[in-house]
Design a binder for this molecule. Sequence first.
Ligand code: HPA
Length: 243
Amino acid sequence: MRKLAIIGGTGVYDPAFLNNTKTTSIKTPYGDAVYTFGTFMDKEIIFMTRHGANHTIPPHKINYRANIYALKMLDVVAIVATTAVGSLNPDMKPGEMVLVDQLLDFTKSREHTFYDGSPLPVAHVDLTEPYCGTLRKMIAEAAKKEKLPLHKKGTYVCTEGPRFETAGEIKMYAQLGGDVVGMTNAPECPLAREAEIAYTTVSLVTNFAAGISPQNLTHSEVVEAMEKNSEQLKKLLQSVMTT
Ligand code: HPA
């Protein structure tokens, strides 16, 4: 049966919004992937926590290939992911959600493709529009229905992490057109395209980025902001799951 998957980022670890949940793991050619199977209003949903249930996997060590391959094996046809992001855009403020539509990939050390010559052949997928337009429309409509504020566009800059950025880097990313910065949408988004799974991300702004924020950044600040605002994200996901 064709299924929807939710990939929960920082602050979205709890599959309690699903019923009849069962957490298990599946073997893939790239390693094991852990997932929770559950239902929501009789729909089968797969939930994955990107950083592990206790946030023990840093962004550069996530096994993105195993996760996306596992979702393909589980008949997932659409992924809605959540990400915590810093904002480079004064109009996108902490606590607000952004339905990003473009991606700038500044990662350095990640296994980022299934098509590396072996076992799959060399191939080059199109990524002109990295995020699925149909899913983005569904999410925008759900936000309208639930009266949740959502920026309908934005460019996601993906950095290698796990450190936060320098003020100089943030200045450069802003000049290049970035709106928000996070550490996980690359290679998650391109791998989903390679696996022919529709993919989109809802980003929640947890802070203004380095040099824009009046104080130095901490991970606990990001987690606290996520906790404070994750209700609206959950409400949005639940509304999307019913459409
Ligand atoms: N930079 C990178 N990743 C992030 C940030 C940030 O400022 N905030 C939340 N995730």
